[in-house]
Design a protein around this ligand. Structure first.
Ligand SMILES: Cc1cc2nc3c(=O)[nH]c(=O)nc-3n(C[C@H](O)[C@H](O)[C@H](O)COP(=O)(O)OP(=O)(O)OC[C@H]3O[C@@H](n4cnc5c(N)ncnc54)[C@H](O)[C@@H]3O)c2cc1C
Length: 480
């Protein structure tokens, strides 16, 4: 039989103590959504059932006890750390869900400059770990724009990626080992070694699970030397995205590893570069880093490749550095943006996908053309590529619209989901992936079968095997 809200709260208080069980109604309403329905928080107009409680877990044992309690009583669990999710992974669609919040588990357990790895609990903000590493002349190499606010558990759970990914990779390239708790309370640890070939790489059952299979309690990531004094910035303007993709491809295929490699279209670029780029200019930019020889050779190699494309006009490198220095989003910038939306009712949204070099420009052009034709009230529609690989790149669509004759809580169904639909349809039609780094959440779950095709059975069986009672973040990744 389902437990009442009061009984759920009582059960959690027995495990954690009343001081670590949040039942304040306003906080519960806020915890029913994430950035996908951020307007519900900005305007205070909530539509989803609030969770029964937020369980502020303080240790792996407490996570295990809470997950055992949830499994015993069939309570839906929504894992949470930094709360910066953008795709509805934190939404509590199931009445009387319990949000299991790991932000109290915020200790850096070890920084090892000899084996070049650091271990942190799930609730450590990435910025805190990065600051600790930098004090030793090291870096994690991970720099998502949410670095000050996202935590290690969520960053691993979403397969996050940072601005320096072309050199350091995504989080999946950085995680060495981890600890996680599975439904029912089973604690499991994947040890820290440089590589293994002992069967399938089971780290990937946990990395990217978005709280739908297990709760990540501890992660160990690689460290690298931090040498910002050698950072070299390069930039060009050009008129065609197609040429820009071609240059990016040539750089990647030639084997260069700039930490930053980006291509902005005119509308997205105008948000950052209008002080030097014309209204119809695309902007191509790179940062080379590492020890002096590598940084120099990387910058020279890229410049040689771009020189083969005379339509690219060089930009003074200081202008690119200025842009770079203002890239990260801390709490102040997020609050300012929420206030801008509240007062102007002009909403900024993003959706990121990936595809091979032969398809990415077609996806970009087709999605932009359809959005422009099918969606009204747009004030900005553009995009950029920010993460490149030898075989392809991503496209990060960036769009703004005014809410016209639309209540804030209708924004997702009236504007956001129709645009996501177009982007997913065009990406799938051209053979790309509908999610490059924000996760599926609940927002893109309707397209997950088409994303996986015949491999969807593997995903379904993982869910059945590790969460047989279906209590982990129902509706996330796998539609309910
Ligand atoms: C301003 C802004 C900028 C952003 N920039 C980037 C960027 O550059 N790159 C990028 O990749 N993303 C970016 N994001 C998205 C977001 O920051 C990432 O998805 C991040 O990894 C989420 O981490 P979090 O700690 O906030 O997780 P949360 O928001 O708390 O949770 C995210 C998801 O992971 C699950 N989860 C959380 N903790 C755990 C855990 N301990 N165990 C299991 N599951 C868990 C949740 O259930 C949810 O599904 C940005 C978001 C914002 C708001």
């Amino acid at each position: 039989m389902n437990l009442s809200r009061a009984a759920i709260v009582e059960g959690l208080e027995e495990i954690l103590g009343a001081e670590h069980v949040v039942t304040d109604e306003e906080i519960l309403r806020q915890r029913s959504v994430d950035n996908f329905r951020k307007l519900e928080n900005i305007f205070g107009r909530h539509t989803l059932p609030p969770p029964a409680a937020v369980a502020m877990v303080g240790s792996t044992d407490e996570v295990a006890a809470v997950l055992a309690f949830a499994e015993r009583h069939g309570i839906n669990v929504v894992p949470r750390t930094g709360g910066t999710a953008t795709e509805g992974g934190l939404e509590t669609h199931v009445p009387n869900s319990v949000v299991v919040d790991g932000s109290r588990m915020n200790e850096i357990l070890d920084v090892d400059p000899y084996d070049m790895q650091a271990t942190a609990q799930c609730g450590v903000p990435l910025q805190m770990l990065e600051d600790r590493a930098r004090a030793l002349g090291l870096t994690t190499g991970h720099s998502p724009q949410s670095k000050p606010v996202a935590h290690m558990g969520g960053l691993v759970a979403t397969r996050s990626i940072g601005q320096f990914s072309t050199l350091y990779g995504g989080i999946e390239d950085m995680v060495v080992g981890l600890e996680a708790v599975f439904p029912g309370g089973e604690v499991t640890r994947i040890k820290n070694v440089p590589r293994r070939a002992a069967g399938p790489d089971i780290r990937h059952v946990v990395i990217g699970n978005e709280g739908a299979l297990c709760f990540i309690t501890e992660v160990t990531v690689k460290l690298f030397p931090y040498l910002p004094e050698n950072n070299t910035f390069l930039g060009w303007t050009l008129k065609s995205m197609k040429t820009g993709f071609e240059v990016l491809r040539e750089v990647m295929v030639a084997g260069y590893k700039p930490s930053v490699a980006r291509l902005y279209d005119p509308e997205d670029g105008a948000l950052h570069f209008s002080h030097f780029a014309a209204a119809d200019d695309c902007v191509l930019l790179f940062m080379a880093e590492g020890n002096p020889g590598i940084a120099r050779a990387t910058a020279e190699g890229i410049a040689e490749i771009v020189a083969r494309h005379p339509e690219c006009t060089p930009v003074e490198s200081g202008l690119i550095q200025t842009w770079f220095d203002d890239l990260v989003w801390g709490p102040d910038k997020i609050t300012r943006e929420d206030e801008r939306i509240r007062t102007t009712r002009n909403v900024n949204r993003t959706t990121e996908v990936s595809a091979g070099w032969s398809a990415i420009n077609d996806i970009y052009e087709a999605a932009i053309a359809r959005i422009r034709a099918e969606i009204s009230d747009l004030t900005v529609l553009g995009g950029h590529s920010s993460h490149s690989y030898v075989n392809g790149t991503n496209m990060y669509f960036n769009y703004f619209y005014d809410l016209v004759d639309c209540e804030p809580e209708e924004e997702v169904s009236r504007y956001y989901l129709p645009i996501i639909s177009i982007i997913c349809e065009e990406t799938l039609r051209h053979g790309g992936s509908i999610v490059h780094h924000h996760g599926i959440g609940k927002a893109r779950a309707p397209w997950v079968r088409d994303e996986y095709g015949s491999s969807y059975v593997i995903l379904e069986r993982l869910k059945q095997a590790f969460d047989p009672s279906g209590v982990m973040n129902r509706g996330t990744i796998i539609p309910s």
